[in-house]
Design a binder for this molecule. Structure first.
Ligand SMILES: *[C@@H]1O[C@H](CO)[C@@H](O)[C@H](O)[C@H]1NC(C)=O
Ligand SMILES: *[C@@H]1O[C@H](CO)[C@@H](O)[C@H](O)[C@H]1NC(C)=O
Ligand SMILES: *[C@@H]1O[C@H](CO)[C@@H](O)[C@H](O)[C@H]1NC(C)=O
Ligand SMILES: *[C@@H]1O[C@H](CO)[C@@H](O)[C@H](O)[C@H]1NC(C)=O
Ligand SMILES: *[C@@H]1O[C@H](CO)[C@@H](O)[C@H](O)[C@H]1NC(C)=O
Ligand SMILES: *[C@@H]1O[C@H](CO)[C@@H](O)[C@H](O)[C@H]1NC(C)=O
Ligand SMILES: *[C@@H]1O[C@H](CO)[C@@H](O)[C@H](O)[C@H]1NC(C)=O
Ligand SMILES: *[C@@H]1O[C@H](CO)[C@@H](O)[C@H](O)[C@H]1NC(C)=O
Ligand SMILES: *[C@@H]1O[C@H](CO)[C@@H](O)[C@H](O)[C@H]1NC(C)=O
Ligand SMILES: *[C@@H]1O[C@H](CO)[C@@H](O)[C@H](O)[C@H]1NC(C)=O
Ligand SMILES: *[C@@H]1O[C@H](CO)[C@@H](O)[C@H](O)[C@H]1NC(C)=O
Ligand SMILES: *[C@@H]1O[C@H](CO)[C@@H](O)[C@H](O)[C@H]1NC(C)=O
Length: 448
């Protein structure tokens, strides 16, 4: 059994291209002594401006899903490799004074918090998610509701000894699952709510984060806001969910979580870490307050062999092939079964494959490399790997260790706050986690 100590927490220059680091909270948690398993060293991130540097602790985080606790119990979490872990999810309901937790979460959340604290890890609860964001808009829709919702959040944080709250509102002023309440004023109301939360004694101490789309929060006319700098003053950081960029709704097989797309053919520029970070930064979110959302799962597509294989090859895959959008491939054991969603709409299975699922299926070896005889392709622009099961005629786009290492290098070079992985249990033997930790500047000191 190996044990690790992190060192060389990056010192972030906060005076990045946009100017000084303005968040009183982003810097307020600097050198939080909570993470005693991390020996901090000064390490100025290459490429960042060092003038007037404000030091903040780099974030190594993941979401832990209560509904996968049977397969991936808390005892399986590599606590010592994280600074922050976020429990998913608390659910918004049609009553701003209440945040709903399942019975099983009521039992598991306290265990999650206490194990996090035993391991010097910051414990947050995420509120919302794809199915749990239905009532965000109304809960922050009036001054009266905001005050009730602030109290619901602080009561929950106090009750469960939470260190942080993660707002995974999918999405302000932009429809998510299909039946969410939505208002053109969502973004302004969200900001007013966060400001009020910060003004409370509990809220002033919480680590507040928001899991966001790749474009900045929408304004009243449904376009990405050009100025989100006020959010930078109340949030510690945002986690930009750079995944599900391509999926069953797309017109071709593309990368789930592209690092870059500015180097892709114009039609294939659907978003990426590079363009998302540029968009948030241009809107006033400092690099040091952007954590990159990364995915330990991939998407599958039905592609016949004629289209899947590059001409004349039995091993090399074609780039961005068409797929059969009427066929919904089955994912691994954690894939959602076909069901009627909270909006009453039938949804096919998602076709998601966790990294461990690809290994279990025999498409990858246990060390994460592509198994012998499996056609594959690594796309240099997006840093995405593709594998193909010739029997089922299913192509899967996913991140391998090389992709995670490339994202880590991007985090380090850009001076981002760190990373947030959906989800902790999707990895296999920490292959992805170790790759991004090392590349993003956490020194992993192998003690044995
Ligand atoms: C450093 O700061 C200068 C002046 O504000 C700016 O022009 C330059 O782009 C910054 N460099 C980086 C890497 O942020
Ligand atoms: C950097 O610090 C110096 C000295 O404290 C100060 O005069 C200057 O305004 C600061 N610059 C920025 C961009 O904060
Ligand atoms: C959980 O940990 C046990 C013991 O190390 C290991 O055998 C098992 O494969 C792990 N399960 C998962 C889902 O990671
Ligand atoms: C709550 O429980 C229901 C029913 O078991 C499940 O479908 C749902 O995913 C759970 N929600 C969360 C947030 O765990
Ligand atoms: C305030 O919350 C209630 C639910 O308790 C909701 O019916 C109402 O629409 C909300 N107000 C606004 C302005 O969203
Ligand atoms: C948005 O807010 C403005 C000003 O507070 C208000 O006049 C308007 O009615 C609100 N619009 C909606 C759709 O709630
Ligand atoms: C919303 O953002 C778009 C794009 O930045 C801008 O053109 C538009 O004027 C903005 N609308 C408002 C009401 O701010
Ligand atoms: C993204 O692609 C552009 C255009 O090819 C290139 O200049 C840039 O270095 C790439 N960025 C990363 C992080 O790969
Ligand atoms: C194979 O070559 C033909 C003709 O050059 C081209 O139209 C087709 O797109 C190619 N198919 C693949 C999968 O590369
Ligand atoms: C292969 O798939 C493509 C795209 O879905 C489709 O247009 C074509 O007819 C298929 N070919 C065969 C032989 O099934
Ligand atoms: C696409 O998939 C559907 C559902 O499996 C199937 O009925 C249809 O024949 C497929 N189309 C092609 C061109 O293979
Ligand atoms: C392809 O899928 C079939 C059917 O599920 C499975 O038996 C086979 O092992 C898979 N092949 C690889 C290389 O994963």
């Amino acid at each position: 059994m190996r044990s690790f100590i992190f060192s060389a927490l990056s010192l972030f220059s906060s005076v990045l291209a946009s100017g000084s680091f303005e968040s009183s909270w982003g810097s307020g948690h600097s050198f939080d002594s909570r993470h005693s398993h991390i020996a901090r060293q000064i390490d100025v991130v290459a490429g960042a401006n060092v003038t007037n540097a404000t030091e903040v602790e780099m974030v190594a985080s993941a979401w832990y899903t209560g509904w996968h606790a049977t397969d991936f119990p808390l005892s399986n979490v590599s606590w010592y490799k994280y600074t922050h872990l976020t429990y998913a999810f608390g659910i918004t309901v049609d009553d701003p004074s209440t945040i709903s937790l399942n019975d099983s979460d009521v039992e598991l959340l306290p265990q999650f918090v206490s194990q996090a604290h035993e391991n010097d890890v910051t414990a947050s609860l995420s509120i919302g998610g794809w199915t749990g964001s239905r009532f965000y808009s109304t809960n922050v829709g009036s001054a009266e509701n905001r005050t009730l919702f602030v109290k619901a959040v602080t009561d929950l944080a106090d009750k469960y000894s939470l260190d942080g709250i993660d707002f995974d509102w999918e999405y302000p002023a932009n429809q998510g699952i299909g039946c969410n309440a939505i208002s053109t004023n969502d973004t302004a109301n969200f900001l007013a709510f966060l400001q009020e939360l910060r003004s409370t004694s509990t809220g002033s101490k919480l680590i507040l984060t928001a899991a966001t789309a790749i474009k900045p929060f929408f304004n009243t006319t449904g376009s990405p806001s050009s100025d989100v700098s006020a959010f930078a003053k109340v949030l510690d950081y945002v986690e930009v969910m750079n995944y599900d960029i391509w999926g069953s709704w797309s017109t071709a097989v593309g990368p789930n979580s592209p690092l870059n797309d500015t180097c892709a053919p114009p039609a294939d520029q659907q978003g990426s870490a590079v363009s998302a970070v540029a968009a948030w930064h241009a809107a006033g979110m400092p690099f040091a307050q952007i954590a990159l959302g990364v995915a330990s799962y991939g998407h599958s597509f039905a592609v016949n062999t004629t289209f899947a294989l590059a001409n004349g090859s039995t091993t090399e895959l074609a780039a961005y092939p068409s797929f059969n959008s009427s066929a919904f491939p089955v994912g691994d054991a954690w894939d959602d079964a076909p069901s009627v969603d909270v909006c009453g709409v039938f949804e096919n299975q998602g076709g998601l494959w966790d990294f461990w699922g690809l290994i279990d299926a025999g498409l990858l070896n246990s060390n994460g490399s592509v198994a012998a005889g499996v056609p594959s392709r690594f796309d240099e622009c997006s840093k995405t790997n593709y594998v193909y099961n010739t029997t089922t005629q299913v192509m899967i786009s996913y991140d391998d260790a090389g992709a995670f290492a490339a994202k880590g290098a991007f985090i380090k070079d850009t001076g981002l706050r760190g990373f947030a992985m959906w989800e902790a249990g999707g990895d296999s033997s920490d292959i992805l986690l170790d790759a991004i930790l090392e590349a993003s500047g956490f020194d992993i000191d192998d003690c044995e």
